[in-house]
Design a protein around this ligand. Structure first.
Ligand SMILES: Cc1cc2nc3c(=O)[nH]c(=O)nc-3n(C[C@H](O)[C@H](O)[C@H](O)COP(=O)(O)OP(=O)(O)OC[C@H]3O[C@@H](n4cnc5c(N)ncnc54)[C@H](O)[C@@H]3O)c2cc1C
Length: 563
């Protein structure tokens, strides 16, 4: 169903079994699981899909080695398992990531760890080699016999200096362990939405639709593109609004304080020397007061993060000048000879972790675990229950979604028919597992579509096996590379609008592609893309210019990008 079809269907029949408010990874994961099991489910987001906290992550599918110190063993076990599943089920986007920890002390943290574990220590501190070795041994143990990623390795000072020629000579050890890199979380989320909708007309997803209010047995939704409102009557409402959960409950007339989020920011920098120095590795380390810093490759750029700062309103999350200086300073700690400047920052982003409100004294100690808060009966004036999805990590979204879907189906009296443990995602379906298999895929597509192998290689990198659908679309009309973004073609952008639910120009640059994040945009490219998008969506000249202005404003206000 297209957008208009969905609205017409809601007008005709406002009843829906499950309404999910919020299309971040938790709402989307639940949507997919319910759709798979034949449940009539509607997913709405006031913005684009995956534009909240889920678009602000550090791009890691990880168990969270440092959560061991907080005693969060259940979470680490689950997250490691889910990390492995993501690598299996979405191999086109999630890949094993060698992660290097540089260490500058041998024994620091040795006494802190047990104190912290017992809750007696509130002050974070830098960990030394010994405590990191113990943590990595435990972490390996969680991966179990299923060796999706290799075990960790420890290197002496001499080997470390040999392996990393730009590393700070004060290093005493390095360790390499493996996690997963989610190279394009926004695409992964979108493909989950499309997979769910492919299950049938019982699964409907709308971006740019807000929850406005609830009264009686109805919930009022507003289409943010047309300003029209719609009433729906759910049997169950799932509040997956992430850091906005309490605001969404407030719209329903219920006062909650479930979330006490912390802000995290990241930078993307264009510094070829740093990019070369890190190779295909993530560097994961602590500053002197124990806060985590990560530096890792993102195509030809370098991603640097993250902060962990208490914040009152999630709408206020921005990467500040102080954070930029802090990140730049942190690079100097590991690679002191490499000069990174503010001018090399091509993109910045910031978001709020929807963590359960906590009384812990440091933000690093806030639990990253997830749970469902249930509102029903006397608590609300609403005739349907509200399940609020609190916390969670990108990595463990499948497990959390499964828990929510099970609870929802139990409430609806529906039996689970299918599971998601081994279910491939989007372009991960039938993804080639070897160079031979990949060559076979590309050669077959070249013969079928007449596109060049070079072009098809790029499409497989971008879309996995979904490249087949994209290539099929490209060959059905006259195509040409874009003038200002020649790596993309006219019909490729048309495809993203027509089949991937892009509605605003910024959807194209911030989420359907990595162009903004990699700092590859210019004004001319925006205008060219607005022309193409406008052709598909029927925009007039003023609408096209308004979209260009909106994108420029968003890039400047939220991402420190001035074009
Ligand atoms: C800085 C940072 C780094 C992180 N790094 C990692 C990492 O490396 N690995 C990892 O596993 N996890 C990481 N996480 C955690 C992970 O990203 C989040 O836990 C997860 O994305 C939360 O998803 P969500 O669906 O609950 O929330 P969100 O993604 O925020 O989704 C909520 C959605 O609700 C919508 N919404 C709000 N109000 C309304 C309304 N009234 N009507 C309709 N829609 C509404 C919003 O627009 C939003 O899209 C990180 C998080 C942050 C912030």
């Amino acid at each position: 169903m297209n957008r208009n079809d969905i609205f017409s269907s809601l007008k005709e029949n406002p009843q829906v079994s499950v309404l999910i408010v919020g299309a971040g990874i938790n709402g989307i994961g639940t949507f997919r699981d319910l759709a798979l099991n034949g449940v009539d489910v509607l997913l709405v987001d006031r913005g684009d899909f995956c534009s909240g906290a889920s678009a602000a992550s550090s791009h890691m599918a990880h168990g969270g080695v440092r959560y061991l110190e907080n005693g969060e063993f259940r979470l680490v076990r689950e997250a490691v398992r889910e990390r492995n599943r993501m690598i299996q089920n979405a191999p086109h986007i999630v890949k094993p990531l060698p992660t290097t920890i540089p260490m500058f002390k041998y024994f620091s943290g040795i006494f802190n760890a047990p104190f912290k574990f017992l809750g007696w220590l509130d002050r974070p501190s830098e960990r030394g080699s010994f405590i990191i070795k113990v943590g990595l041994m435990m972490y390996d143990a969680y991966t179990g016999s299923q060796r999706t990623v290799p075990r960790h390795k420890f290197y002496s000072r001499a080997s470390s200096l040999k392996k990393w020629n730009k590393i700070n000579p004060e290093v005493v050890n390095t360790a390499v362990y493996y996690d997963g890199l989610i190279s394009n979380p926004e695409r992964l989320a979108l493909e989950l939405v499309l997979d769910a909708e492919a299950e049938g007309g019982h699964a409907r997803a709308l971006n740019y639709v807000s929850l406005v209010s609830g009264s009686g047995n109805s919930v009022l939704l507003r289409d943010e593109l047309s300003d029209e409102t719609y009433e729906v009557q759910p049997k169950l409402l799932i509040n997956a609004a992430g850091p906005w959960i309490d605001f969404a409950n407030h719209s329903l007339g219920v006062s909650t304080r479930y979330v006490g989020g912390t802000k995290g920011s990241h930078l993307v920098v264009n510094n070829p020397e740093l990019r070369e120095a890190i190779g295909e590795n993530e560097f994961f380390f602590e500053n002197a007061d124990g806060r985590i810093v990560l530096i890792f490759p993102m195509q030809d750029r370098v991603l640097i993060g993250t902060s962990d700062i208490k914040i009152d309103h999630p709408d206020d999350a921005r990467c500040t000048d102080e954070e930029v200086d802090y990140f730049i300073g942190m690079i100097a700690r590991v690679f002191p000879s490499i000069k990174v400047t503010r001018e090399q920052v091509v993109f910045a982003f910031s978001g709020v972790r929807p963590l359960a409100s906590s009384t812990a004294k440091t933000t690093g100690q806030y639990s990253r675990d997830h749970h469902i808060e249930v509102l029903s009966g006397d608590w609300t004036n609403l005739p349907f229950p509200v399940y609020s999805l609190v916390g969670g990590k990108w990595t463990s979204f499948r497990a959390f979604a499964e828990e929510v879907a099970d609870k929802s189906m139990e409430f609806l009296g529906i039996k689970r028919q299918k599971g998601t443990h081994t279910l491939p995602i989007g372009g991960g379906r039938g993804y080639p597992r070897s160079a031979d298999e990949r060559a076979k895929l590309v050669n077959g597509l070249a013969a079928w579509t007449g596109l060049s192998k070079e072009r098809l290689d790029v499409l497989v990198d971008r879309y996995g096996t979904r490249a087949e659908v994209v290539a099929d679309f490209l060959k059905r009309g006259t195509d040409a590379p874009l003038t200002f973004l020649p790596d993309y073609s006219r019909r490729e952008f048309m495809f993203l609008v027509q089949y991937e639910k892009a509605r605003h120009l910024d959807d194209l640059f911030l989420r359907r592609t990595l162009l903004a994040m990699l700092g590859k945009l210019n004004r001319e490219a925006l205008v060219e893309a607005a022309e193409i998008m406008g052709e598909v969506l029927g925009w007039n000249f003023d609408q096209k210019m308004a979209e260009v202005e909106r994108t420029l404003r968003l890039l400047e206000e939220r991402h420190r990008v001035r074009l």
